[in-house]
Design a protein around this ligand. Structure first.
Ligand SMILES: *[C@@H]1O[C@H](CO)[C@@H](O)[C@H](O)[C@H]1NC(C)=O
Ligand SMILES: *[C@@H]1O[C@H](CO)[C@@H](O)[C@H](O)[C@H]1NC(C)=O
Ligand SMILES: *[C@@H]1O[C@H](CO)[C@@H](O)[C@H](O)[C@H]1NC(C)=O
Length: 455
């Protein structure tokens, strides 16, 4: 009762102030056009009231951020997941027709702080976030996202992953264009829990910089006290599980790390010799830095560790990341790895599998577990229906039924320009699934993961 009266009073007051504002603005426009510094001070707050009000009263189709709505292809994703051949033909015909996929220019993400509320309500499903379950709220996750280009894809990824209780760190490559950096900054400023990495690296394929970029984000994320697990990702990835599903799976993992590791299959050249980054002249006179093996043999790694080959991506428990951040062996190994080939693919595994280091959530036996769930990557061991880039499949529309059935947390890789329909359909599936908080139908699969040894 009290509240209604106050609201009405407030509205009347607003109407009154608005009328006054219009009169003042009229006077201002007519007579004081040149007094800019003065007018700015009184104008700004008035404009805020006006624009908020305008937004609330506007019809649903007059959106401030209409230009940031992605183009969605007229296709039934549901039929594609069900391998309907007519729908697939339809999708492939659409894709064949796309010469320049309609994408949103990086410069379009020029959101001002004052527009953040509108931006969030138009582009992020706030209503739905506020209805998230207490279980999910009590199990915050941290994400690091490495990116170089394509802000539209970043925004769409963030939109899928975003929940108010989680924390997100974005590492924008030091070599990214200023448009990309500006755009990501203007998105991040709209969220308390989305930060940019405080240190930027120029990430070069297979070099230490790739690992350092992740570590920069992890060091920023560790300052947020609530999260339980950290998942690192690239802008070219999509989750296969909703936030609720991630929480359920990581609850089953009870602090164990989901880090791929293989004792036997490491390539000794990667770590037994010192590697250097050198500029090589490419065809068009440009100096392209590349990593090259030298003849210099490296000293054995510190702490009597054995190098274990794994993946750059994982699901890391908070205690493990604290260990990486504080233990001296983790620091020494990191230093030792600077001149190795692709240290991102052995650093996490080496720390996780060398039992004598007692890493929190680490693997307790000196043998390879045989399966992990952090990533689904198709290295060409099965048919790739998209495009193969650097030996990795960039998933396409025909891969959708396979993706639907995978248990992994994320899939690597996707590109909205390579196959916008695959991207759109995985997005749609995740949005649909996240509105239903169903039980995990494959919980047994996760409970049987070999890295969950009895304690
Ligand atoms: C998602 O939900 C919408 C609305 O209910 C439905 O039309 C669509 O087919 C669903 N898509 C998938 C992939 O389940
Ligand atoms: C912001 O982006 C929109 C859409 O691209 C453009 O029309 C507008 O002029 C831009 N504003 C600024 C301040 O750059
Ligand atoms: C996990 O590894 C075990 C042991 O090799 C194997 O029997 C099982 O089939 C694997 N599960 C999956 C789903 O690959």
């Amino acid at each position: 009762m009290q509240f209604t009266i106050n609201r009405r009073l407030l509205r009347n007051n607003c109407l009154f102030f608005l009328s006054v504002f219009f009169i003042l603005e009229f006077i201002h426009l007519s007579f004081f056009k040149r007094h800019d510094s003065f007018s700015k001070e009184i104008k700004l707050p008035s404009i805020n009231i006006l624009s908020n009000n305008k937004y609330q009263k506007a019809s649903p189709n007059t959106k401030l951020f209409q230009h940031l709505q992605p183009f969605y292809y007229p296709i039934s994703c549901q039929n594609l997941y069900e391998s309907d051949s007519d729908e697939l033909k339809h999708a492939l015909a659409l894709l064949a027709d796309i010469k320049n996929p309609s994408s949103i220019a990086d410069q379009s993400y020029n959101i001002t702080k004052e527009q953040c509320q509108n931006y969030r309500s138009e582009r992020f499903n706030e209503q739905f976030h506020h209805e998230d379950t207490p279980i999910n709220r009590k199990f915050p996750l941290a994400f690091s996202i490495l990116m170089y280009e394509n802000v539209e894809q970043f925004e769409r990824l963030l939109r899928i992953l975003y929940r108010p209780q989680n924390v997100y760190c974005v590492h924008v490559d030091k070599d990214a264009t200023s448009h990309v950096l500006q755009a990501v900054r203007s998105i991040a400023q709209c969220f308390d829990n989305v930060i940019l990495a405080s240190k930027q690296e120029k990430v070069l394929y297979a070099t230490f910089s790739r690992l350092q970029a992740d570590i920069n984000c992890m060091e920023d994320l560790i300052k947020y006290p609530s999260w339980k697990y950290l998942l690192n990702a690239a802008n070219s990835e999509l989750p296969l599980k909703t936030n609720s599903e991630l929480v359920k799976i990581l609850t089953i993992y009870r602090g164990y790390n989901d880090i791929e590791g293989r004792w036997k299959s490491r390539n000794v050249h990667r770590t037994e010799y010192s590697w250097q980054v050198i500029d090589t002249a490419s065809g068009n006179q440009e100096q392209v830095p590349q990593i090259r093996k030298t003849d210099e043999k490296k000293k054995p790694p510190p702490g009597n560790v054995e190098i274990v080959k794994g993946s750059a991506y994982g699901a890391f428990s908070r205690a493990f990341i604290e260990f990486v951040h504080t233990s001296s062996i983790a620091k020494e190994l990191l230093d030792w790895s600077r001149d190795t080939y692709s240290p991102d693919e052995h650093y996490w595994a080496t720390l996780n599998y060398n039992t004598h280091l007692h890493p929190p959530g680490g693997y307790k036996a000196k043998s390879d577990p045989t399966n992990w769930t952090a990533r689904f990557v198709n290295w060409g061991e099965r048919n790739c229906y998209g495009r193969i880039i650097r030996g990795i499949c960039v998933f396409g529309t025909v891969d959708l039924p396979t993706l639907f059935n995978r248990h992994e947390l994320f899939a690597n890789k996707f590109h909205i320009n390579a196959d916008p329909i695959a991207y759109q359909c995985l997005e749609e599936l995740l949005v649909n699934k996240s509105k239903l908080d169903l039980p995990l139908n494959d919980a047994t699969f996760y409970r049987q993961m070999p890295f969950l040894l009895p304690t």
